[in-house]
Design a protein around this ligand. Sequence first.
Ligand code: PRP
Ligand code: URA
Ligand code: MG
Length: 210
Amino acid sequence: MNENVKLLDHPLLQHKLTLLRDKNTGSKDFRELVKEIAMLMGYEVTRNLPLKETTIETPICKTTSNVISGKTLAIVPILRAGLGMVDGMLSLLPTAKVGHIGLYRNEETLQPVEYYCKLPKDIEQRTVIITEPMLATGGSIVAAVSLLKSYGVKNIKIMCLVTSKPGIEEVIAHHPDVQIFTTAIDEKLNDIGYITPGLGDAGDRIFGTK
Ligand SMILES: O=P(O)(O)OC[C@H]1O[C@H](OP(=O)(O)OP(=O)(O)O)[C@H](O)[C@@H]1O
Ligand SMILES: O=c1cc[nH]c(=O)[nH]1
Ligand SMILES: [Mg+2]
């Protein structure tokens, strides 16, 4: 496996992912699980964040200690389904800026269609963490990364719950510099472009639209 692909297989993640895959899990539980998984994944995704020293006073004495340095991060969900992962990340990083990229996948061509983009003004100075539950053909992630690069963003990490092998290859072929964090790499897509076994349509399951 490519060194930029990180398969997160902690038992807590695997357990919660199984609940997500189960078709009997309803929207309320699905949403809660997506949030919890995002938070647990966030621990790994932020592992190499830069720190700076600050001076504080404990009840005992003055000391120096590390904090995450200022303008370092932006979380960018891909609408709609990526929204489900934002709260979990913001629980860890309450001061992170949040940008939004609106993309939907044309159901016939499977090509991504962009309909919205609003990013923090200084986005090019930040490490961007894209949140997107599903990486299927990879088209949506390739488009989102290209868009961010066109704004000058250099450091991009992608958080996906479920990916497919062919989708990951597609992303690496276009953007070999980005890191992909995921809790599952499924073998294939079915004949209408859904990850198999996957978990179905993440957006519809989060928002109850089917
Ligand atoms: O890797 P790809 O083949 O591009 O497919 C994955 C994309 O499809 C889904 O979004 P969808 O188009 O269903 O939009 P939604 O989030 O608004 O439901 C999913 O959330 C990804 O964005
Ligand atoms: O399996 C898939 C593929 C695209 N979008 C989803 O939500 N699920
Ligand atoms: Mg959808």
